[in-house]
Ligand binder design. Structure first.
Ligand code: IDC
Length: 631
């Protein structure tokens, strides 16, 4: 009887077992169907460059979505199965790689069969003992997960190494900047999507007449950091950072194009840069980077020859901008710059009737408000450069931008940094964020300084990083990390109220019935030093008269001067909260200027011309006295 009962019980359990096996088989069949459907989706997710890039939303660290059974176990090679290491780096979702691991290392690691998902990786449904017991269950998941199918090509496969790691490997410890691409979800590059740009009113519009902003990256001086002009880096700034434009900064002075640099090599680098950018569908600015040559007229003949050649070569290109003088300075007036522009522009226009031309403005491309009162006439597609460094330039300069735009001037921020105006010093993200909000509001385009690994705050990449792409957070300086956040749309959002306050703070320059103060200047000779203070701009701001000064020291002697000091006595009390390339101390009417680190010594026969400040006073100012001393 007990035997009989035993037999009966066995039968029940066999039925049960059969039922379980059937259910398991159904589960497996469903799983395989799901997997196939998913791999199909992946394959049709877009062709061309975009196929290798995960859209931001999917890679954002905030989206801590756990992989579903299919996603996690899906080893199917998608179109991104053959990406170059760069491309893989660009699609590796944050959080899956520890901060110490570079994307390249991670990729290599993932490509080894050991890291590939195995049958054990298959999440719970298929991993029950029942399925394991059936012969079919053993084969199906294994084939699906075989290492030969290049599982690491899909970003989702990374967390599946063990079943337990899958749920826990949520991207919480974001080690790399979130990859953002400037390529659309449909796979179109910025230029493929927006085509030839033109200037309409104060803004850039695309081929469909829709407002469009360039948000890009400027190289450092091409004579110093040529290595970053390459496909690898440009692709990285497009696909890992999300930039749609690059600026090629060719210095004219400082061993640059007009000062002993290798002309042929520099010109080739510019042309290579344009070709690489064009192949990648990026907009590109050819920047005639005047700086220590102050007045663009200094090398006007060279500029004309250069732009004649460039505009002949690139007239058929839809993506090329010509920036004809980076930063006029040293007291050069707008009328002088304008004259230069009126000689260079027709040369470009003869060859390239449509390309956008950017003209620098006086005071290191800050005086857009002055240019706005007397713009260049007779040509389309002309824009005017405004440059800012957020550590130095705040409401005062935003006010100039606002004034210029309100007067109808198309402003282009072809260079900016988030540190101080020397390209070094502390970064000011709060001010940088205000700038971005304001530029976005007015549809202004902006290009960050600089794509290099120099030991300075404005270099995006750390000095000890020798990579050309696949940068982790640890490889980037603060400005670089901020840039990736900014381009990825991850800056703190400003409310309408914040924006309104920002605009109010920027006010408007020179408004009201009160006459704008006249410019003032004074030059003194002290020993072998010639020291001068010259206003480049003046305006009214609430109760204050504002004077923007450029300060220069020239050493005519045969010995270097160090630890210099300039003491300026005004006719009335002054204050300042905006100065660059110097230290400032004010007591009543007396202002003392001291060096920044880099201009502590003025070489024999040399000069320093970068120093500047904005002085505010309740009454009209006069300079009573300038005293100079040095060691
Ligand atoms: C600076 C570089 C620095 C280099 C110097 C050479 O950051 O490494 O030694 O030029 O003169 C500008 C200029 C830009 C400057 C930058 C920072 O356009 O060339 O680069 N800056 O000083 N205008 C304002 C700041």
């Amino acid at each position: 009887m007990s035997k009989k009962k035993q037999y009966k019980m066995d039968k029940t359990s066999r039925i049960l077992l059969a039922a379980l096996i059937t259910m398991a088989l159904i589960a497996i069949v469903l799983g395989v169907l799901l997997w196939k459907a998913n791999s199909k989706n992946n394959k049709s997710a877009g062709k061309g460059p975009a196929a290798t890039v995960t859209p931001t939303t999917e890679a954002e660290p905030t989206e801590t979505k756990k992989p579903t059974a299919t996603e996690a176990a899906d080893p199917t090679p998608t179109d991104s199965a053959e990406p170059t290491p760069t491309e893989i780096a660009s699609i590796t979702p944050t959080g899956e790689v520890t901060p110490e691991v570079t994307p390249t290392e991670a990729v290599e690691e993932n490509l080894t069969p050991t890291a590939a998902p195995t049958a054990e990786a298959t999440p719970t449904a298929e991993a029950t003992p029942t399925t394991a017991a059936t012969p079919t269950a053993a084969t199906t998941p294994t084939t699906a997960a075989t290492p030969t199918t290049a599982p690491t090509a899909t970003p989702t496969s990374a967390p599946t190494a063990t079943p337990t790691s899958a749920p826990t490997a949520t991207p919480t410890n974001a080690p790399t900047p979130t990859p953002t691409t400037a390529v659309s979800k449909g796979g179109k590059t910025p230029v493929a999507e927006h085509g030839r740009l033109s200037v309409k009113g104060t803004k850039i519009v695309d081929k469909n007449g829709k407002e469009y902003q360039l948000k890009g990256v400027s190289t450092h001086g091409l004579q110093w950091f040529p290595q970053f002009v390459c496909k690898e880096t440009f692709q990285c700034i497009r696909d890992e950072w999300g930039a749609n434009a690059v600026r090629l900064a060719m210095y004219t002075d400082e061993n640059g194009y007009c000062a002993g640099g290798d002309k042929a090599a520099l010109k080739k680098l510019v042309k290579d840069g344009v070709h690489i950018a064009s192949d990648l569908g990026l907009y590109v600015i050819i920047d005639w980077h005047i700086l220590h040559d102050y007045d663009p007229n200094t090398n006007k003949a060279e500029a004309i020859k250069f732009f004649d050649e460039m505009s002949k070569e690139f007239s058929g290109y839809e993506n090329v901008f010509y920036e004809i003088c980076n930063e006029p300075n040293g007291g050069v007036s707008w009328s002088t710059v304008k004259k230069y522009a009126e000689e260079v522009i027709p040369v470009i226009r003869k060859n390239d009737p449509k390309g956008i031309i950017i003209v620098g403005t006086p005071t290191w491309s800050q005086d857009v408000d002055i240019a706005a009162k007397d713009p260049i006439k007779g040509y389309d597609n002309i824009m005017y450069a405004l440059h800012f460094y957020a550590g130095t330039h705040k409401d005062n300069l935003r006010s100039k931008m606002k004034t210029a735009i309100e007067l109808g001037l198309p402003v282009f921020v072809s260079e900016y940094g988030i540190c101080d105006a020397s390209g070094n010093g502390a970064c000011n993200e709060t001010e940088a964020n205000k700038w971005v909000a304001m530029m976005d509001k007015y549809g202004v385009s902006y290009m960050i300084w600089n794509l290099a690994n120099k030991n300075e705050s404005s270099s995006l990449i750390k000095q000890n990083c020798k990579k050309l792409s696949g940068f982790t957070e640890a490889d980037l300086n603060q400005e670089g990390r901020w840039l990736v956040k900014m381009l990825g749309g991850q800056l703190p959002k400003m409310t309408e109220e914040d924006l309104k306050k920002l605009e109010d703070d920027a006010g408007g320059s020179g408004g009201g019935d009160v006459a704008v103060p006249d410019g003032i200047e004074k030059t003194v000779k002290s020993g072998s030093a010639i020291v001068s203070l010259t206003t480049s701009n003046t305006w009214n701001e609430t109760a204050y008269k504002c004077y923007q000064f450029g300060v220069t020291i020239e050493n005519e002697g045969s010995k270097p001067m160090s630890d210099w000091k300039i003491v300026v006595t005004f006719n009335s009390e002054v204050k300042t909260d905006n100065f660059w390339c110097c230290g400032v101390e004010i007591k009543g009417k007396v202002m003392t200027l001291t060096p920044a680190d880099f201009n502590r010594t003025v070489a024999a026969g040399g000069n320093t011309m970068d120093i500047g400040l904005i002085v505010q006073s309740k009454s009209l100012l006069k300079i009573e006295k300038i005293e100079f001393s040095s060691k």
